[in-house]
Structures are given as C-alpha cells and as structure tokens.
Design a protein around this ligand. Structure first.
Ligand code: SF4
Length: 233
C-alpha cells in the first residue's frame, strides 16, 4: 500500500537531487578543464546578416579611434566577438594584457574562467556575445575613468542593440554601473533582475575578481542561475 505522504517524500527527493545537480554544476565552474575553440571559424558562429552589418558598421567607426586617452596605450582595439544565437551578451570592463595583444575579449586567465562559466550554463563560448565597456586597454589594468567610459559606451550601447539579446550579464562594477547609470556597489546591484532599455540585466562579479576571491564563486553561480532562468534554458 502506498503511504499518504509518498508524493511529498518523492517531491523532497527530487528537490534534493536538483540541489546535488546544481552543486555539481557549481563545482564545474571551479574545476572544469578549459577547451579552447578549434578554429577562428568556430569563434564566429553565424549571425543574421543584418546584425553582422550593423556590428561591422560600428566596428569600422571605431577604426583608429582617438576619442579618449586610452588609444595611446593600445596594441589592438578589442571590439567584441561571438554570436547572437544564445540570446545572451556578456559585458566586461575593458581589455587586459592578453586581450590587447590578441585583439579579442576575455582570452587571458579571467577569460578562461568566463569560458567555464559559459559552459556551466549550457553554452559554448561561440554561442554568446562578449564585449567590454571600453575597447582599449586601460594602463596597468586600472578601471576605466568616467570620461573614457563616456567616450566609449555609446558604441557599447549600439553593439548591444545590434545583437539584440534576451538577457545581458554585466561582469563587474564598471559594466554594471555603465549599463545602469548608477554608482552603487556591485554587491547592491546583483541579486535582483535589473533592466537595460527593457532587456533583463543580471549583474555579477568580474571573473578577474573571482580569481582573486574564489569564495565569491558560489554567489556568482547564483547570478548565473538567474541568467538560465531568464533565458528559459
Ligand atoms: Fe576610442 Fe573607446 Fe578606445 Fe577610447 S576606449 S580610444 S573611445 S575605442
């Protein structure tokens, strides 16, 4: 005979299994091996022709850009890359040493962690779009100054509009404050769904900060779970 509380017990078991699964996924952020893309073609997954056209127009407007002082220290302008396929855009702060050398966003140690975070939410790097608030490397990897952000952010905004994501994930304080136009600390901006021009926006810690403060990875995973929920994946 089936006991009266069988359904309740079963629901409890399923819930516990769900949390074990999430725990495994969280561990995935910490431990998964990074597999680099096999080729440049793989990095550039197909996008709608109209999106590609809009992005290349913005990119060509930035060619040789000297709108702010950051141009003087750059090796390469780092415009951004990826695909609109997932409906997800990650926005970081600005290029670091490796990004400046290669002309691609998030390719250093922090980039490898971001790749793991992307894998943990069920995508490959080539399926999301990745860009930064400023396109040229700030000296000594300092945060962009307000006038530099003001000079470069209109291009970021146009970039996001061109990709037209379903969800934006701001990585770190500069990205969160630039998109939200607020000066509150990241700890106050994360944890709830914000909006940028009507698009849901999740703020989380920058992967470079997570490398310095691994204890915050669990909090970042909570934010990524919100991203999954909003994408409905
Ligand atoms: Fe131009 Fe942006 Fe580079 Fe400044 S950071 S020089 S605005 S591309």
């Amino acid at each position: 005979m089936i006991p009266d509380n069988a359904a309740h017990e079963l629901a409890g078991c399923l819930e516990r299994l769900r949390w074990i699964f999430w725990g495994y996924k969280t561990g995935g952020i910490l431990d998964w091996e990074y597999s680099p893309p096999k080729s440049d073609e793989e990095v550039r997954a197909p996008m709608a022709a109209q999106t590609v056209e809009k992005l290349s127009r913005i990119s060509s407007e930035l060619n040789g850009c000297t709108r702010c002082r950051l141009h003087s220290g750059r090796t390469n302008l780092v415009f951004g890359e990826g695909s609109a396929k997932s409906g997800l855009v990650f926005v970081g702060e600005g290029p670091g040493f490796d990004e400046d050398r290669q002309g691609r966003p998030f390719v250093g140690r922090a980039g490898k962690l971001l790749d793991k975070m992307i894998l943990a939410i069920g995508f490959e790097r080539k399926e999301v779009y990745i860009c930064n608030v400023v396109k040229c490397r700030p000296p000594e990897n300092r945060a962009p100054q307000p006038d530099e952000t003001a000079a470069c952010s209109p291009y970021l905004f146009r970039q996001i509009e061109a990709v037209s994501p379903r969800v934006i994930c701001a990585l770190g304080l500069s990205a969160a404050q630039t998109l939200l136009g607020r000066t509150r600390p990241i700890s106050q901006l994360r944890g709830t769904v914000q909006f940028w021009r009507g698009i849901p926006l999740i703020c989380t810690y920058h992967p470079a900060y997570l490398l310095r403060s691994p204890s915050q990875k669990a909090a970042a995973w909570q934010d990524l779970k919100e991203v999954i929920k909003l994408l409905g994946t």
